[in-house]
Design a protein around this ligand. Structure first.
Ligand code: GLC
Length: 723
């Protein structure tokens, strides 16, 4: 439909129809499905309101979508179609590793492919929009939704955000009906709640917001994401959903975003408990003034905008603008011409959870599983007698908290994966305990018995999938005590223990890490539908692990937030003698993370040498070339994520001790070496100044290249940026 026709359509709509278009309802109001992802309250809806809501969330399945759209259109006076939206966060039916795992792959092509497949399965199942990518930067593992993020670094998050948008939307969303529109969320800085407590206040300067937290959202929008979702939290004292500075001044004016802004579930009504709206009418006015187009699952707009308009408390043009943005989105999706878009029962049966998609999910998991410790015991040999113990041994709860349509029963467990390698008489299995409850004496005895008989113990530990995700903050990020108790009993046997982890956040695994009996630690996250196959392929050596953490593992929760790029402070510990008292440090743990950002081991080893830069004096018109030689010094082929960091030694404001500015994931055969080249230009040297301008300073810059953000492994050189 042409723009002028959309204007004509808007002109034909009654005021009530316009206001109704701004409402999003959950599936249950259209078909009998329980699609609750937020506080559904008694909403006092009428049939007419349901028949005229503009969008719906949580309906999928080609037949259901077609039937719902048909019924809806039959009743809609002007024939304006519904948009079908849902949370397809890391897969529709074929579930990929959680985003925090995909973040550890540092593989944007892989991320894009997982999004493309997610979009394909979603679109043939009738969906038009996904509430993804979630690009909230995270530094606090107490917060349960770190599992949904790609991690603690603005640059890596931005690269992956762009890849997800490309995968979801493709290049022509109108014609390619087997893609879906991306909704970047949660705008903004939802990942920084005080104390890691879900939905809590977010306190930070605008400068820090712009420097660390906003780049991911901006990158997704620059890549063409069609929608933005408001965050539940406040930003500098004003809830995002009512924050005119954030939504009008920054998002719409400064960033020029004219797409649809949708509230998170109930976030408009929550302006009342936040304490910025005295009642739902004021909440409606504040949200609309902030430019929120769709109110998800509450009725402030529907129940109060008419009165507000009548009373002149809100201008009619604000309603018109919001409706027009929704009509534009429907038009961009081609829904006026084809209200069923990609919904196709036949294609759905062929494609959803296909073997090819499972293969992609397995590869994604293999590239996302991080080897944190290995004494050399891994990879295992198939003739070894293995005792597979722990709640993760046969668990299929490995899809993660946001796997919506994913079916755990179709996931491959670790035990199933291992059975492909290890003869049944050599693979002994005993759970020993549940995730949160101790095993019976018999169960523990059985675990100890098979451990005694084994050459090696695989101890599969971790969280339930509902211990992370939304509304799942934890103040204590240890593994559950019952699991540590089981570990302590197994440790006494003196057998080598390979710990595998299924979890949705960095955990306090110091005890395991520092135990000599723990010969290896493999972080598998929630690896998705093919998780057990991927993990087994790594444990048995078919796949050489290559992932590196995109979020730091702290020594303990007291160290949180810990991230790789803090400011230096006036009394840095680095360079001071160990016994110097008055420096920025702890008495009981190091300052660095137990396992830092960018860290991950391989079954081979890599050396870094011969760091060269093209000039030691860089001018604004030049590009700095950085060369480093990387060699596979082991005897098997392996992938390495080569990381480039810089440090602006003196800035107008203090600068982080390092910032990721580039990376390359390469594959080298045994003994193969390669010269890796990075380029830097002035743009990478810019940062947000005190006056919020984004610009560079002249002066000295350090260049660091290596296998992780840890200082020990980084080659360093420097240059001066001059005018
Ligand atoms: C939830 C989440 C949001 C999700 C929405 C719809 O509360 O905060 O990420 O997209 O509701 O399910």
């Amino acid at each position: 439909m042409r723009a002028v026709e959309l204007q004509d359509l808007l002109a034909k709509m009654t005021r009530q129809e316009k206001i109704n278009q701004l409402l999003q309802l959950a599936a249950g109001f259209y078909i009998d499905l329980d699609a609750v992802t937020g506080p559904i309250e008694e909403m006092g809806l009428t049939e007419e309101m349901i028949d005229n809501a503009g969008t719906v969330l949580g309906i999928s399945g080609a037949a259901d979508v077609i039937q719902t759209q048909k019924k809806y259109l039959a009743k809609n006076r002007l024939g304006i179609p519904l948009i079908f939206m849902a949370d397809v966060i890391h897969g529709y039916k074929t579930i990929f590793p959680i985003p925090l795992a995909l973040g550890s792959s540092w593989n944007t092509a892989l991320a894009e492919e997982t999004a493309r497949i997610s979009a394909l399965e979603s679109a043939v199942s009738g969906l038009h929009v996904t509430f993804s990518p979630m690009v909230d930067l995270v530094r606090d593992p107490r917060w349960g939704r770190v599992m949904e993020s790609t991690g603690e670094d603005a640059f890596l998050n931005a690269e992956l955000a762009k890849a997800f948008v490309r995968g979801y939307q493709g290049t022509d969303l109108t014609l390619d009906v087997e893609r879906v529109a991306a909704c970047v969320k949660h705008f903004a800085a939802y990942g920084a709640p005080v104390a890691g407590r879900e939905y809590n206040t977010v306190n930070m300067s605008e400068r820090q917001l712009r420097e660390a937290y906003l780049p991911g959202y901006q990158a997704a929008l620059n890549e063409g994401a069609k929608l933005v979702m408001t965050a539940f939290n406040t930003v500098d004292g004003v809830p995002a959903t009512a924050n005119q500075w954030l939504m009008r001044d920054l998002l719409r004016k400064e960033w020029n975003f004219d797409g649809v802004l949708i509230s998170d579930w109930g976030a408009v009504k929550e302006l009342v408990p936040h304490g910025v709206a005295s009642d739902e009418k004021e909440a409606a006015i504040l949200a609309l003034k902030a430019g929120v187009d769709i109110e998800m699952m509450t009725m402030c707009y529907l129940n109060h905008l008419e009165d507000a308009l009548e009373a002149g408390e809100i201008a009619e043009n604000l309603v018109d603008e919001a409706v027009l943005r929704i009509l534009n989105l429907k038009n961009d999706l081609g829904l006026f011409e084809n209200p069923y878009r990609g919904a196709d029962v036949q294609r759905e049966q062929e494609l959803v959870l296909s073997d090819a998609h499972r293969e992609s999910a397995r590869k994604a998991a293999e590239e996302s599983i991080v080897l944190l410790k290995n004494s050399g015991i891994l990879p295992l040999a198939s003739q070894q007698k293995i005792a597979l113990i722990g709640p993760g041994a046969e668990s299929k709860d490995i899809l993660g908290a946001w796997s919506w349509q994913g079916e755990s029963e179709k996931a491959i467990s670790l035990a199933e994966g291992l059975r492909k390698y290890v003869p049944v008489e050599q693979l002994m299995i005993a759970k020993g305990c549940e995730v949160l409850t101790a095993g019976s004496q018999t169960e523990v005895a059985e675990a100890l018995e098979i451990a005694e008989a084994a050459d090696v113990i695989i101890l599969a530990l971790g969280e339930n999938s509902d211990m992370s995700g939304e509304a799942a903050s934890r103040s204590d990020i240890h593994l559950p005590q019952v699991q540590l108790d089981l570990f302590k009993q197994l440790k006494k046997l003196g057998k080598p223990i390979v710990v595998t982890l299924f979890n949705g956040r960095p955990l306090d695994i110091s005890e395991l890490s520092q135990s000599t009996e723990v010969a290896a630690i493999v972080e598998a996250w929630f690896p998705g539908t093919e998780g057990g196959n991927a993990l087994a392929n790594i444990l048995m050596g078919a796949i050489n692990p290559s992932a590196k953490l995109s979020m730091s593992f702290p020594y303990n929760v007291g160290q949180v937030p810990v991230y790789y790029n803090p400011d230096n402070t006036g009394r840095p510990e680095v360079g001071r003698s160990a016994d110097e008292k008055y420096v920025s440090k702890y008495l009981d743990i190091p300052n660095e993370a137990l396992y830092p950002f960018g860290f991950g081991l391989s079954y081979t080893s890599f050396s870094y040498s011969d760091l060269q830069i093209s000039t030691t004096k860089l001018t604004p018109s030049e590009t700095l070339k950085i060369h480093v030689t990387v060699k596979n010094t082991g005897n098997i082929i392996g992938k390495e994520i080569v990381q480039l960091y810089i440090r602006d030694v003196v800035g107008e404001v203090v600068r982080p001790v390092k910032e990721l500015k580039g990376y390359q994931k390469i594959e080298l055969a045994a003994n193969e070496e390669q010269v890796i080249t990075f380029t830097l230009s002035e743009n990478e040297l810019c940062y947000v100044h005190q006056d919020l301008s984004f610009k560079s300073d002249t002066g000295e810059f350090h260049v660091m290249v290596g296998p992780s953000s840890h200082d020990d492994g980084l080659l360093k050189t420097s240059f001066t940026f001059i005018n």
